[in-house]
Unconditional design. Sequence first.
Length: 313
Amino acid sequence: MANPGWGLCTYRGADGADALGALRHADGVVVAVPGPRYGGLIAAVAEWDALEQRLAGWEPADLPAVPDAVLLAPLRYPRKLICAGVNYGSHMAEMGAGAPDPDWAAWFFLKPPTTTVIGPDAAIEIDPDPDEQVDWEGELGIVIGRGGRGITAEDAAGHVAGFTVVNDISARGPHRREGAPHDAFRYDWLASKAQDTFCPMGPAVTPRWLLPDLDDQRLRLWVNDELKQDERAGDMLVGWRELVAAASARVTLEPGDVIAAGTPAGVGMPRAQFLRPGDVVRVAIEGIGTLRNPVVTRTRAATGARLAAPRGG
């Protein structure tokens, strides 16, 4: 399909306030969205029914750019950031797990949104200790527009506002705890998945109605311009509609929640290749956009300053 041309974004204007905008994919220009001024997409998606009606058929191609707009994470911040584990057969195979069961069911873990989510060009902060084994995982992000519990796969599309790009950064080293008293306590998901800056997201959210053939779009990830991941978004073991249904069977989904749909083959762990300060990671999904983030060394002072500052991308 042709690139749909734009996605909804959150930007910081020259006045220092956050606002809802539209990002044109072709030239990277941010333009204003018609209607009420919202303090970013997270506020606008709470009124998704009205926003969807207003933007249906809207085209921002010829609108003037917002001067001095700075892109932030599109959703600041989801109430819930729900991540699907092991959802591509290719990734399962590269991790040595063999072929998936024909009845494979979705399972999930959580990341804390306000401290893990960062936006385009914001830095992924990592511990300089190489034993942390910090890895990349390019993923499709499913953004909820209408909440609910017990949503069926057939009804899931009506609950989805759109799609974004997510990078599920993972520290492989501390994930498996040594000396755990029982297998049930072996895995440290907090240390592995929930560290500050470990969920780059963006640059925008492409509305669902602009991506009727999402499954055919390719997901790609590069580290320092070296292609690492490349697979159809639709090659998931559990499709995006079924993921919405599975998540909503466990928790009530709310507008602005994000479900990260899992990663395909090409992560660093099977190849003993991990992120280092100075690296640059890019994740692109056709029709949705490209998310770029540099990697820097985390220091106690830098982390404290980041968390004390006004929340940005």
